[in-house]
Write a protein that binds this ligand. Sequence first.
Ligand SMILES: Nc1ncnc2c1ncn2[C@@H]1O[C@H](COP(=O)(O)OP(=O)(O)OP(=O)(O)O)[C@@H](O)[C@H]1O
Ligand SMILES: [Zn+2]
Length: 721
Amino acid sequence: MKRVRLLVFNAALGVLDYRLPEGMAIEFGSVVIAPLGPRQVLGIVWEAERLKAKEVPDAKLRPLLEVLPVPPLRAELRRLIEWTADYYCAPMSAVARMALASSAALRGGTTTTEYRLTGEEPTRMTPQRAAALDALQGEQATIRELAELAGVSEGVLRGMVGAGILEPVTVDLDRPYPAALPDFAAPDLNPDQQAAADAFIAATRGHAFAPFLLDGVTGSGKTECYFEAIAEALQLGRQVLVLLPEIALTENFLRRFEHRFGVPPVLWHSSLKSSERRRAWRAIVQGQAQVVVGARSALFLPYANLGLIVVDEAHEVSFKQDDGVRYNARDVAVIRARFESVPVILASATPALESMQLAEAGVYRRIALPDRFGGATLPEISVVDLRAEVPERGRWLAPRLVEGMKQRLARGEQSLLFLNRRGYAPLTLCRHCGYRFQCPNCTAWLVEHRFSGRLACHHCGHEVPVPEVCPECGTGDCLVACGPGVERIADEVAEILPEARVAVVTSDTLNTPEAIGAFVAAAEEGAIDVIIGTQLVTKGYHFPELTLVGVVDADLGLEGGDLRAAERTYQQVAQVAGRAGRGEKPGEVLIQTRHPEAPVIAALAAGDRDAFYDAEAQARREAGAPPFGRWAAIIVSSEDQAEAQMAARAIGGTRPDHPDIMVLGPAPAPMALLRGRYRYRLLINARRSAELQRVIREWLDALTFPQGVRVNIDIDPYSFV
Ligand SMILES: Nc1ncnc2c1ncn2[C@@H]1O[C@H](COP(=O)(O)OP(=O)(O)OP(=O)(O)O)[C@@H](O)[C@H]1O
Ligand SMILES: [Zn+2]
């Protein structure tokens, strides 16, 4: 009899033993189906000595049912799953789920059925059918996805299939992706770039763990350098993973990649259609997908023969996942590279302090690109002290910035205004009674969006139409907007530069690949004079005619208790400043602030990056903050406030007594109510030497909580709300 230990996809059970039936062939990493009570469960065959399970006598073991027809997860990936679960105190099954990503892809079947419009007019028209006809032009997807797109029920669409208005199409999931050509359009690199590329190429050939920090100023051509390493991996027949911080950047990357290698890379992100997802996953496990570019979820996929990992814009906070498994994709990418014995390149113009520190300690090899490519110079940065240079009443742009924009418009150049606030105004209140619009589910104001005529919560998605009268006092026409969002700045620009063509760029307006593509094309063609955007436009883009950048409110990021607030402000402003003057014409940056004396603003104005990093490192060292000490958070939540508070107190009351660990709280979270759940937080500060995870696990494992209470552990937290 042979015993098999499974990691099962059920967080409560975790690990279970089974019997291997006669004639069934498995290996470690095989993906299998096993019985669980009256149901079935997915599992991965694991090394028994690495997973603890409840001892069950042989006679009681039930047999495995089936081995799925996919390659077993390789040992390197199994080790990564173990490491991630252990480090982030997450269930292993939750981590492993990210490797499998699509249960449909596991189930044989190399084709699937999608539907599209036939062009046939319905003989019986209904409002739903009309809506579907309208929304589904040019679309092809499963019934469920089409129903979502069109906002009608699946039943309506099935009826349309019956009536011949929609037709099925068989999609081949194993049709190969076209081959990328390493020599399609190789650039001439300048000497610095060549040195960087040579180091990356040698490491890629070497097939050993080699972490790099590619620290190059904005516009230095970091992408071109790591493209050379990708070309080398392609020559060697090895796969490459490129992680980008957000989907919005992939469109731009795609175009550059295609320009360099002749074909687009394979995309991976959360909004892929199910057929695209299945096709990509299968090509990834079979090694046919050569270069995969994606958001952080691409990190755990079962690559057949990974040869290189690139993390671009590696300083970005969005690499940290803030729900489910709370991992940092940048850090786990380095760990994956170590298990896979491959190089990993972290690229950024504004590296995280943590990465700088590791480079200084010699753990990462730092490769510098100190100059912009092609003789372009870094922009001239100056500070606009809003206390001295006051914008006109009811306006937000200081006269100097307005003047600069007028000049750019007259010269046919572009300006970019950065304000990290979506919508029209962050707070709306009643002039008559002072009523403030607040989200019923969250500790947050509702943000007015004039484009859509709605008040929206940016945390839970709650939305209401902007009311005619105040819901509190019933007065009409009494709502006042407080503070600016990008939409309000757009109104101001329309008043001061009525002839300017303006694009507002936020996740509300740029939410599809088509919209992003159209924006980039318009900006490149010079069809846009003024871009007004959130952090979405701060990085990655290259518009040669853009010569003026205005930071509308540099103080915004410094509010709130985030321990990395100064660093984040530095990065955002330096990145957005880096969009100016990338072509032949020099760039200018104006930073509006009420605190010109703040160290981060002063460092930005002086262009003194080292001074900023030194001061920041010093402050963190004194606070025992990362990378010198460590933080962890425990977040307790429940729909019942008393229950949440009690659970938080129980945790606080049993805090470990440990010389290297300090526990702060529990206290109500700054976001005390989020999506209808009451939240309490504990913050843990530890020395690097403390076995932080073990201490937290033992501490919490000893407690039991009511059903409705969720206790989340956040190791190396970025969010302090
Ligand atoms: N060797 C080269 N030959 C031709 N064009 C180049 C070369 N190096 C860089 N460029 C061009 O210069 C521009 C800036 O390069 P790139 O966008 O890679 O810079 P970056 O370092 O990633 O900047 P950022 O951090 O600001 O995004 C791009 O349009 C790129 O195509
Ligand atoms: Zn809300």
